[in-house]
Design a protein around this ligand. Structure first.
Ligand code: FAD
Length: 456
């Protein structure tokens, strides 16, 4: 009886423990990806994420078929579709890699129980995080809410396991079951086709993830800590969407960067450590999500529930979304996002601060817009970072730290290169006046924050 490998946020062959377990089981292998938009609590993918998923599945399907394994595509609720496929294929075992959102965990654990009751072997594996959330806790057994001690605890324990090499061959199941056609899912935009800029900026799939990592390690790792805040430079790894979709594992990234660090002079080794710490932030986001499942909708620090957000100003929100606020560095970021499905980390912080503190718009509006437009839109990192900037989150920047976008631009884009790349009409009459006064709105934000302070 075949082994079913259920692919989810792990669209890769390399370092894939579920796939490895199937290969080692001696059973013929059948792979499935399920587009689940109907299980309770599963958040529908945003537009940019759907675009990414389409290409990534295309690429995964090709790699699997190179190994003799067919990728079956199905759509529906996991609770019915996975048992159905197991029955159609006569599977004797089902393997998957773990997910960490509450809704996903509920789906997975119900399935595990149900399938086992039906006599199937079921096993789940650690693949998407370096450290499983329940293994990193404070002395009193609670999750960490501050990054530095969290990361110290991670580094103080056993190191991340070594990545598992991809199977050289697999015994593909030779039976036949119906599969959806990828094109039928309409994950890609048609009219209008807004994805041209995404196609130009990105190539989803495992092969390009590995290529980006190799290039980054060879050319950018040594100066990463000096240049990572400069948006006009391509100084960071650009691995985030690949990690989001599991096209490359954090273990593989860790192993290669750590190897580079060990061979490097002190200065460069420190830069490599800085890069590894960013992977640590990714871990921290997931550990916080694991402890606070409604991170995308609920203030992590509950005293922020008292924050007096004014009624939503739809025009201001839409100016922000379109990159027409009249604040060049903000508009550059928002246009980069719209065009490429991504934005430099430093600028994400600037636009998020501007939305929540100068426009006084609730961080959840920003989180939703990013969810829809980012190719790396991630349920842990997006919600965590929005709350971090807003001041309502775990280990967050204090609310009163309000970025001044003009100073940020001076410091991190001193020659206006990044702004010019994204806002060609900057400096001409066609460019709008600022929609708000930065100093006045800053004061209003601080006054609003006083309400939280008083209630806290
Ligand atoms: P690098 O600098 O090369 O870092 C390597 C990896 O570390 C990244 O690929 C990413 O996986 C991880 N990482 C780096 N910084 C962070 C961070 N602050 N939080 C969590 N992980 C991090 N990142 C996402 O992956 N998905 C999101 O939806 C997302 N939303 C964000 C929203 C806001 C408001 C902000 C301020 C940040 C957000 N980030 C998000 C974090 C960060 O901006 C991106 O991970 C980073 O820009 C990706 O570029 P890179 O791969 O070149 O990063």
């Amino acid at each position: 009886a075949p082994a079913l490998v259920w692919f989810r946020d792990d669209l890769r062959i390399d370092d894939n423990p579920a796939l490895r377990a199937a290969a080692d089981s001696g059973r013929p292998v059948v792979a499935v990806y399920l587009l689940d938009e109907s299980s309770p609590g599963i958040r529908p993918l945003g537009g940019a994420a759907r675009w990414w998923l389409h290409s990534s599945l295309h690429s995964l399907s090709a790699s699997l078929s190179g190994l003799g394994v067919r990728l079956v595509l199905r759509r529906g609720a996991a609770g019915t579709e996975i048992p159905r496929l197991a029955q159609e294929t006569g599977a004797g075992a089902v393997f998957w890699n773990r997910r960490y959102g509450a809704a996903e965990r509920a789906v997975d654990s119900a399935l595990k129980t149900g399938l086992r009751e039906g006599g199937l072997e079921v096993a789940s594996f650690a693949a998407s995080l370096l450290f499983e959330p329940w293994t990193i806790t404070t002395g009193s057994g609670t999750p960490y809410s501050v990054f530095t001690p969290f990361w110290r605890a991670c580094l103080g324990g056993p190191p991340p396991r070594a990545p598992i090499d991809e199977p050289e061959t697999l015994d593909g199941w030779d039976g036949d079951v119906p599969t959806d056609l990828l094109g039928e899912w309409r994950l890609e935009p048609t009219r209008p086709d807004w994805a041209a800029g995404l196609r130009e900026a990105w190539q989803p799939g495992e092969a390009s993830a590995h290529r980006l990592l190799d290039e980054f390690l060879a050319h950018n790792l040594a100066a990463y800590d000096e240049e990572r805040d400069l948006p006009a430079q391509q100084a960071t790894s650009r691995l985030s969407p690949h990690l989001r979709w599991g096209e490359i594992s954090p273990h593989r990234v860790w192993a290669q960067a750590d190897l580079a660090r060990r061979g490097a002079p002190a200065r460069e080794a420190a830069s490599a450590s800085r890069f590894l710490t960013e992977l640590g932030w990714r871990e921290f986001c997931y550990h916080v999500l694991f402890a606070a499942p409604d991170l995308a909708t609920t203030n992590w620090r509950r005293e922020f529930d008292a924050f007096p957000w004014p009624p939503l100003d739809g025009d201001a929100l839409s100016a922000w979304q379109r990159g027409e606020t009249g604040i060049p560095i903000v508009d550059a970021g928002m246009r980069e996002l719209w065009r490429t499905g991504s934005m430099h980390n430093r600028i994400r912080m600037v636009v998020a601060s501007f939305l929540t503190k100068n426009l006084l718009i609730d961080w959840r509006e920003g989180e939703r817009w990013f969810w829809d437009t980012l190719v790396d839109a991630d349920q842990a990192a997006n919600a965590f970072n929005w709350q971090w900037v807003a001041g309502s989150g775990a280990d967050a920047a204090p609310y009163f730290r309000i970025f001044n976008p003009e100073l940020q631009a001076k410091k991190f884009d001193p020659h206006g290169e990044y702004v010019r790349q994204n806002v060609p009409e900057w400096g001409t009459d066609a460019y709008p006046e600022p929609i708000v006064d930065l100093a006045v709105t800053r004061k209003a934000a601080l006054a609003a924050y006083d309400v939280v302070k008083r209630s806290g």
